[in-house]
Design a protein around this ligand. Sequence first.
Ligand code: C2E
Ligand code: CA
Ligand code: CA
Length: 567
Amino acid sequence: MDLLNTAGKELSNDEKMFQMIYDMSDSAFLYDNFKEKTVKTAGNWNKFFDVGLHTPEELEKIGHCVEEEYVPQFKEFLFPEKKGIQKENMTVRLRDGRTWLECEAAVIYDKKGSPRDKILRFEDITKFKRQNEELVYLAYYDMLTGLYNRNYFVQLLGRFLQKAEKEGKTVDVMFIDLDDFHRINDGLGIVIGDEVVQQFGQYLSSFAGKDVIVSHFNSDIYCLALYGSHGTEETAQVYREIGERMEKPFVLSGGQVLYITAGIGVASYPEASKNALELINCAEIVMLKGKARGKGSIQYFDKAILKNFLQDIDMENKLKEAVFQRNFTIAFQPQYQADNKRLRGVEALIRWKDKEGNMISPSIFIPIAEKNGTIIPIGTWVMEESVRIFSGWKEKYHPSLILALNISAIQYKRKDFVGSLMGVLGKYRVAPSEVELEITESVLIDDLEEVANKLHVLKEHGFKISLDDFGTGYSSLSYLKGLPIDTLKIDKSFIDTVISDNNTKIITESIIYMVKRLGYETVAEGVETEEQFEYLKSIKCDSIQGYLLGRPMPPEQVENLLKEAAG
Ligand code: C2E
Ligand code: CA
Ligand code: CA
């Protein structure tokens, strides 16, 4: 305001000084003297406006220096007195389409309330605006694919849902997750992984339109919202098209050719939920369910899937708590040599009693623990606790006994597995040769070479390796040849029917015959009757484990057995 007071005619000697001040600033200034009907410009005027102004009438001219859409507002800003309102600042873009100006106005009124002087300042805020645009971009878009990001998708989906409620329409949410993406990332590197994500994102963007929102959440996860689909027809069509695209390869800039597939889950408003986030969750849950069936699947929402999932979640939470509070114990099931019924070893089997006092079977909670990673602390606990108990028996009874431990594929694959196992054995002075590691075929199928290497390392340490549940999986004896396995545990499903079913009988006999020739020991699991026992003994199965000879029991009961054996 001081500036204006002193910028009046009577102080014209100071004009020079103000001229210098204007010139030092990056801004452009316009001074309008209403009484004298003169207009003066100063500062960086020519940089922004290619019109010279001298009279108030000419002011109109700069009205047209800004982009079309700002013209009416800008005129209001330039001539506020016409409408009796004072608009103090606004932002405009010039006709060059690049430069952004922040415009400020100050008006001085005389005693009667009429405008006397007015000064306008125009500041170049292009740089600031660009930074701001980048921030806005980041807030709405995903940098990698240029698709909407998750946050913005949720917002837009919310708008779809509001509209659908008014118009009585449906909205389908399609959750897409590429199959085996981690293999691309791990195997070919993240640069290639990123390119796959980009290419697939670009492909999906072809579906975007008024009624379809396409977004990229993160990594290999995309989400679509389809407005007003007729039932699921349009969604099914999109799925079909994606499927057709997947039949063709993705060609990367480095020349690599990749085929990919994706798992897709669909949940619809209002059937699955009326809430945007919940819909996305439901679509994800059913996608996972579909993935369990195989690659390139589509799964539509149904209530049973959600119910199962919620039960799993409940179980997961309880499991985490149990790990934390160590609400587990270990039962040991004896194994006997078939020919003389001497104790061969014991298998450690985990037991979980939850807070309500229910015993929960490991067949139920181990798969969940494998999914959510709690198998690592659980497995470590089983390892340490059973070795500790085993070492106590050793000290007291000096038995020659094998401790069999179930090792999950997840545990086995960890780099520190051998090291931590050796650490525990060292601590309790138990030799690796007294320990048998039970692994299942799921360990073998992933990367046979790597698995074989690791098995050899274990073997060199002196561990026994046994293949659990033999007969339930691929069970090809040919690929066992190269693996350093000591023992094959024939699954209970064989033993169950070995007496009654002739085919099973033939298979079991030939397995035992061949396995013995390959030099493996055999243990039959789940032997419940005397008849089964006698038969297995007659076909030269080495050892027997089952309810007939001993159920899984607490450590104290094992001690009784050891006492008896020691005589
Ligand atoms: P598995 O390794 O095949 O263990 C044998 C299962 O068969 C045990 O069930 C055992 O109680 C049961 N069983 C033994 N003899 C008989 C019989 O004569 N009749 C019948 N009907 N069943 C018999 P459990 O203890 O419920 O364990 C189930 C599975 O849970 C185990 O199958 C194993 O895969 C897993 N598991 C148990 N403890 C652990 C552990 O500490 N770590 C890991 N990773 N898995 C474990
Ligand atoms: Ca086992
Ligand atoms: Ca088994």
